[in-house]
Design a protein around this ligand. Structure first.
Ligand code: GLU
Length: 275
């Protein structure tokens, strides 16, 4: 079956060999189908236009063709607001007034906090605040994020299954992330919310991405269920590492595709280094 795949970089740094692998991988999986590019730039404090331009330059240099216009997340905040409104109706969100520091202190106080893939889980401080207190604090102009009450969200749902073409079928365990933030005070979306909304709106049939995001799929499967979105299949691929076995990072400019290119690397050499 022809697939619709996407490469979804964040324009927050130069692309490196790991991105080249992910882009070539997604493109190859779309053979005979459609390959899309999406700019994940909801973090307005880190996204920069020069990184965005460089993404297109690098992808063209890799010999890839993609459909235009590309979807830029920051152009579509209304889509994420609509999804949040649906979750509000289901009563599975709550406002969280905690600052980062308060969360850390609470975790330290509790000791032995359960760990998720991104670190200790949110201790649930704001989960059970009364409707009156919430309304008062919001009316007073206090900043808040919206968190998913994951236990409530899963109540009454039967097992959610998702399929990864390399790793097999999974029964979703969305609670591994605890009560995640789905919207921040200044952004009506988080990565998890935006990615499921976008994949559905763009008609993605096969989500390809690195194995570092495999755990996130447990949560994405739940969000798709709650929002009534189509469920794609996934293919999480290996990560490209340096000689020391460490994952490549965006901060490491020396390994960016543009530095390799100016150091004289050819496309064949890039392919040989990762494929
Ligand atoms: N934007 C994410 C990243 O840069 C990829 C998200 C995804 O493929 O789901 O790692």
């Amino acid at each position: 079956m022809p697939e619709v795949t996407r490469f979804a970089p964040s324009p927050t740094g130069w692309l490196h060999l790991g991105h080249a692998y992910a882009a070539l991988f997604a493109h190859e999986q779309a053979a005979g189908g459609r390959f899309l590019v999406r700019l994940e730039d909801i973090d307005g404090t880190r996204a920069r236009p020069e990184y965005e331009e460089a993404i297109f330059e690098d992808l063209a240099w890799l010999g890839l063709n993609w459909e235009t216009p590309v979807r830029r997340q920051s152009d579509h905040f209304d889509d994420y607001r609509t999804a949040l409104a649906k979750l509000e109706v289901l009563d599975v969100l709550y406002p969280c007034f905690c600052t980062r520091r308060e969360i850390q202190e609470e975790i330290a106080r509790a000791g032995n906090a359960p760990q998720g893939p991104d670190g200790p889980l949110y201790p649930g401080t704001c989960r059970n605040r009364s409707a009156d207190e919430r309304a008062e604090r919001i009316a007073a102009g206090e900043a808040y994020a919206l968190r998913l009450d994951v236990t409530k969200a899963m109540a009454g749902l039967s097992d959610l299954i998702w399929k990864d073409r390399a790793h097999g079928s999974f029964k979703a365990r969305p609670a591994v992330f605890g009560d995640v933030v789905l919207a921040r005070k200044d952004t009506p979306a988080s990565y998890h919310l935006a990615v499921v909304v976008d994949d559905a709106l763009q008609g993605i049939t096969l989500v390809t991405r690195g194995e570092d995001l495999l755990e996130a799929t447990h949560l994405h499967r739940l969000l798709q269920e709650l929002l009534g979105l189509p469920v794609p299949e996934w293919l999480h691929h290996r990560l490209i590492t340096d000689e020391a076995g460490k994952r490549l990072a965006k901060r490491d400019d020396a390994r960016s595709l543009r530095s390799l290119r100016s150091a004289g690397w050819t496309l064949d050499e890039v392919r040989a280094a990762i494929l």
